[in-house]
Design a protein around this ligand. Structure first.
Ligand code: ADP
Ligand code: ADP
Length: 226
């Protein structure tokens, strides 16, 4: 099964900005996949379209065999997205951010509580559960974003530059956490402009530049070439 399958995907923003020039991309279920490329290459656009946040111009996107055009609501339940910006309600307690998110997916509060506890503990945020989300540090907010994306137990976790601006110690613990949930079966796709992050985590990689896939290979083969 493919977690993500993209065919001939084009995106043209207003003012004729061509962000994606008809890309193809496949990510197998269980993979830990990096989409690498410089700023402005089209990484965020690709994952934005894959998670139904951004409309495509043309092409086909399938999430676990669900077509985004015809089976969008089903496809959305498969995906957990961690965007770069902190878009949770800053005026809610940490734990409520997770429980309310679970509510959007129809998960009842008692079940949501159990999941919130698990992810808050795993991400080192349990002691902060009653704090207002706005009072968390940057690194803690980033981890809250990850917990929130997981609360409906998606099959595919997509992270946009997950460790941007995070210091090295926290970055390492986030890497360990992501490896663990991947080992438990969650497919992970992350974007990064940071080769070391991809090298540390990912089995397969695509490099995107000016809206085109210029390399699509295993991390091993990429490193052998360098
Ligand atoms: P990356 O994530 O690799 O930095 P993006 O997907 O954000 O790249 O951007 C790809 C291209 O699309 C860039 O030229 C960027 O300026 C442009 N772009 C991204 N979002 C928008 C938008 N909302 N409106 C217009 N142009 C955009
Ligand atoms: P920063 O704001 O600099 O990112 P934090 O205040 O978020 O740092 O980090 C607080 C503490 O939480 C650190 O001592 C760090 O080791 C710990 N921590 C970070 N991630 C995890 C994790 N996944 N599991 C357990 N503890 C963690």
């Amino acid at each position: 099964t493919k977690a993500l399958s993209i065919r001939n995907l084009r995106k043209v923003y207003a003012q004729d900005i061509v962000a994606l020039k008809g890309i193809d991309l496949d990510v197998e279920e269980g993979d830990f996949f990096a989409l690498l490329g410089p700023n402005g290459a089209g990484k965020s656009t690709t994952i934005g379209i894959s998670s139904s946040l951004v409309n495509k111009t043309s092409g086909e996107v399938r999430i676990f065999d669900c077509d985004l055009d015809t089976q969008k609501s089903q496809a959305k339940t498969f995906i957990g997205l961690v965007p770069q910006e902190f878009n949770f309600n800053q005026f809610e307690p940490v734990e409520e951010v997770l429980i309310n998110q679970a509510g959007y997916y129809g998960i009842d509060r008692s079940k949501a509580r159990v999941r919130a506890e698990r992810y808050l503990k795993q991400l080192g945020l349990w002691e902060k559960r009653r704090q207002m989300a706005r009072n968390l540090s940057g690194g803690q907010k980033r981890r809250l974003m990850i917990a929130r994306a997981l609360v409906h137990e998606p099959r595919l976790l997509i992270l946009d530059e997950p460790t941007a601006g995070v210091d090295i110690e926290i970055r390492r613990s986030m890497w360990a956490f992501l490896r663990e949930i991947n080992a438990q079966g969650t497919t992970i796709i992350l974007t990064t402009h940071y080769l070391e992050e991809a090298e540390n985590l990912c089995r397969n990689i695509a490099i995107i530049d000016h809206g085109e896939i210029v390399e699509n290979t295993s991390m091993k083969q990429l490193l052998a070439k360098m």
